[in-house]
Design a binder for this molecule. Structure first.
Ligand code: G6P
Length: 608
């Protein structure tokens, strides 16, 4: 949520900052700005809207300075506007600050600073930081930022520049991520590794409370107590260089949907050794796994839906009672946790504030926490007892697709591991399941190779005002993700309901042409689902069915049929989710929406 980039070195900072912001734009895109130090003065430029607008303004200014900071914003305090765009400056414009996170005590600090004569020019929580640093500044920016940070309650990743220390950027973080790296031409800081990968593959992920002082001659690191860290832990990033490019696809979402067969293969690579699942990162013996008697899956958004799928698998195979909860609820209630409880935290970004808070809470209460995340070194990875990395590679489109599939595959492995440890699956059964799971990569390729039926169904639904997604069992969980995808990117209202529950309310919505999208794949509840389709058709609904190849009967009950290859029910989420992603995208494109950067959303939500 919000993107930060900073650079100091030998090249003009302006273009580097704009390029970094473009890479980070998926994190927030309602306004953007940069501050570049030039000739002992800070040049600050803000624009409402996307980074492209800022780039146009900046191109005409031709700022030559070689040290600066930039920001792309997702509004929390104060509406999206030029006035509220970062960087924010102190009274005399001598200090400039960019910030991710939320300063919870900003109102109190603002009153205090105003009483002392500071004048505020924005509605943001961030601006208090600029004024606090200004007050604390004597002749050492790092010291001043430390003192200012000591007054802050909340979460922050900060990058600060000051006109009397040319070439210096101070970066500091608490509960919001920040990474630092030394490139051949200078030092970089960013809220996300993706802004750095052109400059360096070796980055330092700042720990909570830690700070870095960047200068053209190098980077120095400091602990939360202000002591210098001489050997910071370096993380090597091995993503593909082209991950930030669309690679010939019309948008990132399409590119990422097409990467899914690769994600399945990479996530499974090396995971089966002699009939046993090799997930050594979890660092628990089979005996310890065998003791687990309750599982909570905690997550937000799409990751929560991956959790719903996992519940079916863990309960079905391992017979362990499993609850799935949105992290923002879990953290504020008092869940029943014992030392034999396993909490599985699922987060693509690894930095979602609610999920992190839930992890901390669960660990304090004595649970073992496994993280499932896509980002190496992310807070979720660092704060969990064990972690499984989904091998999705960086996901840029805000609506999650390939990360979701990576999560589902990883959770499937976890469910199999728990079942094997509890003696509920034999080695042979695990081998067979694993082989079928691996086959889904090819089955997804088949789905991607011909999308005509999906596009046709999407075209028929594009002018609807609302849509109902239904399914039963595994299909019920899949339908929830289908509905979320559609509303996220097309702004078409969509609701998901267990099909059997339809007659207790949503059936009242149905009339002529109302789209009902059904997960009608072969499963133990297929016949029941067909009855629900008949009920829908009888009320004039336009039924779109995602069905198993070879199912001719379904044509009697649906206006549009999207066929997918036959898989066992346990793996149907992997295959059936793909046409639903394409369906949502196709509708969004037909409605003229920006599929990669939907309004009001952000890729990672680092605020509560
Ligand atoms: C945001 C994103 C969603 C994502 C959710 C959880 O709302 O827009 O796509 O599913 O956050 O994010 P996480 O990184 O924790 O999976």
């Amino acid at each position: 949520m919000c993107g930060i980039v900073g650079y100091t070195g030998g090249r003009p900072a302006q273009d580097i900052l704009i390029e970094g912001l473009r890479r980070l734009e998926y994190r927030g895109y309602d306004s953007a700005g940069i501050a570049v130090e030039q000739g002992g003065k800070l040049e600050v430029v803000h624009r409402k809207g996307k980074v492209g607008g800022l780039a146009e303004t900046v191109a005409n200014l031709d700022i030559a300075g070689t040290c600066g900071i930039g920001h792309t914003r997702w509004a929390t305090h104060g509406k999206p506007s030029e006035r509220n765009a970062h960087p924010h400056t102190s009274c005399g414009g001598h200090i400039a600050v960019v910030h991710n996170g939320i300063i919870e005590n900003y109102a109190e600090l603002r009153d205090e600073l105003t009483a002392r004569g500071h004048e505020f020019t924005s509605d943001t929580d961030t601006e208090v930081v600029a004024h606090l640093v200004e007050e604390a500044y004597v002749d050492d920016l790092l010291q001043a930022v430390h003192e200012a940070a000591a007054r802050l309650v909340g979460a922050y990743a900060l990058a600060v520049v000051c006109d009397s220390e040319p070439g210096v950027i101070v970066a500091m973080r608490k509960d919001s991520p920040l990474v630092v790296g030394q490139g051949a031409d200078g030092a970089y800081v960013a809220s996300d590794m993706i802004a750095l990968i052109d400059a360096t593959r070796d980055v330092v992920v700042l720990g909570d409370g830690e700070a870095a002082k960047l200068a053209p001659e190098g980077i120095r690191y400091f602990s939360a107590f202000g002591e210098e860290i001489y050997e910071p832990k370096v993380t090597h990033v091995d993503w593909d260089v082209d991950l930030a490019e669309k690679g010939g696809y019309p948008d990132f979402m399409m590119k990422e949907i097409h990467e899914q067969p690769r994600v399945i293969r990479d996530t499974l690579a090396g995971r089966l050794v002699d009939g046993h699942l090799a997930i050594d990162e979890l660092d628990l013996s089979h005996e310890e796994l065998n003791l687990i008697d309750r599982v909570y899956v905690i997550a937000c958004g799409t990751s929560y839906h991956a959790g719903l799928i996992a519940k079916n698998l863990i309960e079905g195979w391992a017979r362990i009672p499993t609850e799935v909860e949105v992290a923002s609820e879990f953290r504020y209630r008092n869940p029943i946790i014992t030392p034999s409880t396993l909490v599985v935290a699922v987060s693509q970004s690894g930095e979602t504030a609610d999920t992190l808070a839930a992890i901390r809470d669960a660990r304090v209460k004595g649970a073992k926490v496994f993280g499932i995340t896509n980002v190496v070194g992310s807070p979720v990875a660092r704060e969990s007892d064990g972690v499984i990395y989904t091998k999705a590679n960086k996901e840029i489109a805000v609506a999650s697709t390939k990360s979701f599939l990576g999560q589902v595959v990883s959770l499937t492995l976890l469910a199999m591991l728990l079942a094997q440890s509890k003696g509920k699956l034999t080695t042979n059964q695990v081998r067979l399941l694993f082989r079928e799971l691996a086959d889904t990569a090819e089955q997804v390729e088949v789905i991607l190779s011909d999308t005509a039926a999906i596009d046709e169904a999407a075209l028929a639904c594009k002018d609807a005002r609302s849509a109902l997604f239904i399914g039963r069992g595994m299909g019920s969980a899949i339908s929830k993700e289908g509905a979320l995808k559609l509303k996220e990117i097309s702004y078409l209202h969509a609701e998901a309901y267990p099909a059997g529950e339809m007659k207790h309310g949503p059936i009242a919505l149905l009339d002529d042409g109302f789209p009902v999208i059904a997960i009608a794949t072969q499963s133990p509840v297929y016949d029941k689902l067909v009855s629900n389709l008949q009920e829908s058709k009888a009320r004039g609904a336009m039924v779109v069915a995602v069905a198993t190849e070879g199912d001719e009967d379904i044509k009697q009950h649906a206006d549009h049929v999207i066929y997918i290859p036959k898989v066992r029910d346990a793996f149907s989420a992997i295959t059936a989710s793909v046409p639903l992603q394409l369906f949502a995208r196709s509708i969004a494109v037909a409605r003229g929406c920006d599929v990669d950067q939907p309004r009001n959303l952000a890729k990672s939500v680092t605020v509560e």
